[in-house]
Design a binder for this molecule. Structure first.
Ligand SMILES: Nc1ncnc2c1ncn2[C@@H]1O[C@H](COP(=O)(O)OP(=O)(O)O)[C@@H](O)[C@H]1O
Ligand SMILES: [Mg+2]
Length: 266
């Protein structure tokens, strides 16, 4: 759940624009940041990259629909007959400084907004109800949240009153040249094969009529590149890393494979 990164290991991140500069300014002004964009387009990689670049420890929490405020803040646990207070990841980040990254924040239970609100405005405070403490965030604490606006349903959208507390950055799939570079770099596959994978992605992302919840991500293209790089035939790699992850419907998978075949076989 947590990962600290050393300064000499800055994870590779291919910028799409001036997002790194904006992020640094936000950090400098102690503003919380919201990253929105489809799954697998580089949001998490960007945060890991920026944390390492700024020399900040990174506390990542993958939010889900059972995640409560106590999961973030902490709770009393029974240890050898005693109840001992245990900081959650958000509290650890506030105490020690660093970036707390809440991935897919809209999935979390509603009670989490109660702890996020005073932290995400100029109070920069974390009230710990159970212990009566009110922690003041240090200068090097930064709150970063992400969500996928395309995936949200009516009940799971981010409330405007919460959204308006963040500097918001929109992410999308990289343009073809950048995406090709990312696939080549991440998977070690030849530039020619990366180019074909990007063509596949372009074709699949244009498909409107299939009831796909999400289209093919850069992440899946990197997976596919990795499978190709170690010698799997494209039919096997593309089915396993692209078509099957995108749909459970057999007819849809077959239709996706037709589009893929037209490009890979060409
Ligand atoms: N701009 C980028 N630079 C480097 N790698 C990228 C980039 N975008 C996507 N990737 C690749 O795609 C994978 C998934 O990206 P990730 O950051 O986990 O997506 P998200 O958090 O948006 O779902 C990464 O592990 C990386 O291999
Ligand atoms: Mg992510």
């Amino acid at each position: 759940m947590n990962s600290s990164l050393q300064l000499d290991q800055i994870p590779f991140y291919q910028p799409q624009g001036d997002e790194a500069v904006l992020f640094e300014h936000a950090f400098q002004h102690q503003l919380p940041v919201l990253l929105k964009g489809p799954t697998g387009c580089g949001k998490t990689r960007f945060v890991r990259h920026m944390a390492a670049k700024l020399g900040l420890p990174l506390y990542t929490v993958a939010c889900h629909d059972d995640l409560t405020a106590a999961d973030l803040v902490g709770r009393h646990l029974l240890q050898e007959g005693d109840t001992v207070w245990n900081d959650g990841p958000l509290t650890r980040a506030v105490r020690n400084g660093g970036i707390c990254y809440l991935d897919e924040v809209v999935e979390a239970r509603k009670d989490t907004t109660v702890v996020l609100h005073p932290l995400s405005d100029d109070r920069r405070e974390l009230p710990i109800e159970r212990t009566g403490e009110i922690l003041k965030a240090p200068d090097n604490f930064m709150l970063v949240v992400s969500y996928n606006p395309g995936y949200q349903n009516v009940f799971k959208g981010m409330k405007p009153s919460t959204r308006q507390r963040f500097v918001a950055m929109r992410f999308n799939f990289p343009n073809p040249q950048l995406e090709q570079d990312i696939i080549t770099r991440e998977s070690g596959v030849t530039p020619l094969l990366s180019q074909q994978l990007v063509e596949v992605a372009q074709a699949l992302r244009r498909l409107q009529d299939h009831d796909l919840e999400e289209s093919v991500s850069t992440r899946l293209l990197v997976y596919c590149g990795s499978l190709l790089q170690t010698g799997l035939p494209w039919q096997v790699a593309c089915r396993a890393a692209i078509a099957e992850p995108l749909s459970d419907d057999e007819d849809t998978v077959a239709a996706l494979m037709d589009v893929i075949t037209a490009i890979m076989d060409g």
